[in-house]
Design a protein around this ligand. Sequence first.
Ligand SMILES: Cc1cc2nc3c(=O)[nH]c(=O)nc-3n(C[C@H](O)[C@H](O)[C@H](O)COP(=O)(O)OP(=O)(O)OC[C@H]3O[C@@H](n4cnc5c(N)ncnc54)[C@H](O)[C@@H]3O)c2cc1C
Length: 249
Amino acid sequence: MNKNKFYSLKINDIARITSDSVMLTFEIPNALTSTFSYKAGQYLTLKTTINGEEIRRSYSLCTAPSENKWSVLIKKVNGGLFSTFANEQLKPGDFIDVMPPSGNFTLDKYNDSKHFLFFAAGSGITPIIAQIKDLLMHHAQSNITLFFGNKNFSSIIFREEIEALKNKYLGRFSVHHIFTKEKIGIDLLYGRIDKAKCVALGQSLFNPNDMDACMICGPNEMIFDIKDGLVSLGFDPKISILNYSTQMD
Ligand SMILES: Cc1cc2nc3c(=O)[nH]c(=O)nc-3n(C[C@H](O)[C@H](O)[C@H](O)COP(=O)(O)OP(=O)(O)OC[C@H]3O[C@@H](n4cnc5c(N)ncnc54)[C@H](O)[C@@H]3O)c2cc1C
């Protein structure tokens, strides 16, 4: 078993999730299931050659390990080489080089935590939805609040899956969508998730004193704004962050 080499994997399925994102599901041969075993929040590295150039990109698994499924969501970035190729050219049945799962953005250090606060923006939802599913399915004592920032309603990645989880785990999972380009309902749920917004959310939609852990996945600026906001709310939970270092909304 070698976790640092690439394996050629078949893409079993490609599903369009929003107008600018696709979800790829890989077929993992039985002989490779332990090499590709993963924790919620880890990512795969994909490798291909485009216009003679070898490129490698990381994509978080959006499935939970117990689903026995390996899927990644790739959002098309303007002018982006790999994400455009994946959205426009890959087909089911194609093979692609994939490095086994890695990454430290996992729930490992939260074994004793009960109340989880999650913030995601755009495609930053991918590792977060994997973790939320994992907690809901396997940690019956966990309670989850998710704030999810997007441009508008139609750009919400995994909207239906999130809604279904919310309905299935009523009382344990609450979600608040925040839009930058569409105003629905209260002002609080409109605009970018910056420090002031985080503070305002903590004064009305979540109780900082109740939270034990916080996971954030999104652009750099949002991550640091949220951390600042949480600190000024007097909240010092264990915080984990994943920065994609690319524009994600
Ligand atoms: C740990 C991790 C997990 C990730 N998980 C996900 C995920 O689950 N889903 C997801 O969609 N993304 C994820 N990403 C981001 C992903 O890896 C890619 O960065 C993203 O898809 C863009 O890749 P690309 O090849 O399409 O764009 P690139 O070709 O790398 O371009 C990125 C941006 O830079 C601009 N650019 C490129 N070259 C230049 C240049 N020479 N000068 C100026 N600007 C330039 C492009 O126009 C584009 O806007 C993750 C990243 C990390 C690090």
